[in-house]
Design a protein around this ligand. Structure first.
Ligand code: PEP
Length: 247
């Protein structure tokens, strides 16, 4: 299994930010793990020009569930692919919260991504209130059952466990809590998809930084990270890539 360091730039970045990608590529020509950046859709094409022939993969941050049509402001999976993406993040907690995305919609989007030849990075995670109420595994299990469509395999799916309360807060779960949820996800994937699930990568996301990446990557069933804030600077993301490559 090739481990994956994925960066989610969210609604950040302009053409001036392409310098970070140049630095990342210059410092990590042969990173020893898979390196993925998901910029705003506006930057996919210019980033793809920089990434051509390098170890850097690119992804979108969302796609529409339909292939085309009257959906003002939306982007289809095929459009992302055409602009240079190989991946798309789906069901991020910010989209679930800001746009009311349901598990059912995320699953539809994942099928659209698969149809277009993109790998879906499907995000799951409990809120702080749900964790405090002891409902973490119930919530993550329900999201996984509802958001991951039938036919998932390592070729079309990555799972990102992102506790909502850890995103952008500087707080992370204990390593035992991360281990518990990743083990739970691995078992759930195996129960549903059998041997096809064995190589599906399960990323941890939520306040991953150079200073905590190594200990998180040592947790069983953590196959990489989905990184928000720390992916915006080549030096920080590069340090996380190096930490992952050490495993
Ligand atoms: C994210 O939004 O996917 C994320 C993990 O953000 P951060 O690393 O900033 O917590």
């Amino acid at each position: 299994m090739r481990r994956l360091a994925a960066g989610n730039w969210k609604m950040n970045g302009s053409t001036a930010s392409l310098g970070e990608i140049r630095s990342l590529l210059a410092d990590h020509p042969d990173p020893g793990c898979e390196m993925l950046i998901c910029p705003p859709a506006t930057l996919l094409a210019p980033m793809a020009a920089l990434a051509a022939g390098t170890a850097l993969s690119l992804g979108g941050q969302d796609c529409h569930q339909n292939t085309s049509g009257a959906h003002t402001g939306d982007v289809s999976a095929a459009m992302l692919k055409d602009a240079g993406a190989g991946y798309v993040i789906l069901g991020h907690s910010e989209r679930r919260a800001d746009h009311g995305e349901t598990d059912q919609l995320v699953a539809q989007k994942a099928l659209a991504a698969r149809e277009a030849g993109l790998v879906a990075v499907i995000c799951l995670g409990e809120t702080g209130g749900e964790r405090d109420a002891g409902r973490t595994l119930d919530v993550v299990g329900a999201q996984l059952a509802g958001s991951v469509p039938d036919g998932a395999s390592a070729a079309n799916t990555v799972i990102a466990y992102e506790p909502v309360w850890a995103i952008g807060t500087g707080r992370i779960p204990t390593l035992e809590q991360i281990a518990e949820v990743h083990d739970f996800i691995a078992r759930a994937l195996n129960a549903r998809f059998g041997s096809a699930a064995g190589a599906i990568r399960i990323l941890y996301g939520g306040s991953v930084k150079p200073s905590n990446a190594g200990e998180i990557f040592a947790v069983p069933h953590v196959h990489g990270a989905l990184v928000g804030g720390a992916s915006l600077k080549a030096a920080d993301f590069g340090a996380i890539v190096s930490a992952l490559a050490a495993f």
